[in-house]
Ligand binder design. Sequence first.
Ligand SMILES: Cc1ncc(COP(=O)(O)O)c(C=O)c1O
Length: 394
Amino acid sequence: MPLSHFRQAPKLAAHLRNVVQPGPYPERLDALFSQQMARDALSEISQWPGYAPTPLRSLDKLAGALGLGEVLYKDESQRFDLGSFKALGGAYAVLRLLSDKLGVSTSELRAGAAHDAAAQITVTTATDGNHGRSVAWGARQAGCKCRIYVHKDVSENRAAAMTELGAELVRTTGTYDDSVRQCAAESAQNGWFVVSDTSYEGYLNVPRQVMAGYTALASEVMEQAEGPVTHIFLQAGVGGMAAAVAARYWMEHGAALPRIVIVESEYAACFLKSAKQGRAAKVRIRHETVMAGMSCGEVSVVAWEILRRTAGHFVTIADSTVAPAMRMLASGVAGGGEIEAGECSVAGPVALIAAACDQNLRESMQLDGESRVLLIGTEGATDRAIYDDLLKAV
Ligand SMILES: Cc1ncc(COP(=O)(O)O)c(C=O)c1O
């Protein structure tokens, strides 16, 4: 019985219903984030060595226990051996950036065509781990230098994964959002290029390419899922992944896009706050959530523009629900095999279980026996020590 891993069914920490009427994908957004960008990203990424679509697993036992038609889990744990979907975004944006700067194509760049010029360029970013790993890997493919800013709570193992890819590491004080500011300031002084996964006014171009890279996972699901899904639960940090997937579905299905549910940590609920206030809002991070990749206090503005028009629900979950859900997926009882689901990966499953087990939420989200729900398993054991620790039964 899948739910036996929880002492009691998990509850949402907060829920906000948002009325959306998406209509066709708007021209205004197409100018910012287009179908062509998504196509270009998939075409480039599918040429990278080791490319293969990641598995789409059916959590059939969980679907049965929750009385849902189907629960699909896109498992990003083995993406390019980098352990998370982030491999798609940062690396792609680095290649696009250098290709634009040096006037060579991304494939020429990967083949070393502009080797000497590339070696003069430094790319930087601030990260909780997974994005930095992708940027470092992209810099290695492009042949440029890479400098990564990590805040004090980023684990040693996650930091080591970036230095192993040749990046220079800078430890900063304060939160993730402070590390973003330090990275931006030092890069401006030194002529380095910031490859951030978050966008703000005046800095849109690179993060929208990061998001274009993420759309590849949604494009793959569309090939794999055998028909449309009805619901997508998307975990958000700065919202780049969630918005990329929502936009890709919106481009594909127009007004008939699936119901989108945004899931955040209760400690980093900047989308929930933004939805409440009807504008991009910030929250102060007072506790670091165990879902490290989602510990972000500020929304990406491009992501907000997409999600405010597409997400029908904004929910938050508590850290205490994470380990039981990881154990549930690892044991295989949910179906789909024994799944290595890292901390952020279980945000969707937790929120789905909480919603499906609550009669009001079930009705409000229209979850029933006909529902085909898509969840994104965004990472595997990106820090093995933390993963093993959380997996130990209590
Ligand atoms: C594993 C994982 N899942 C989810 C997220 C959230 O993605 P985003 O910041 O694009 O919302 C991150 C961000 O780093 C992550 O590393």
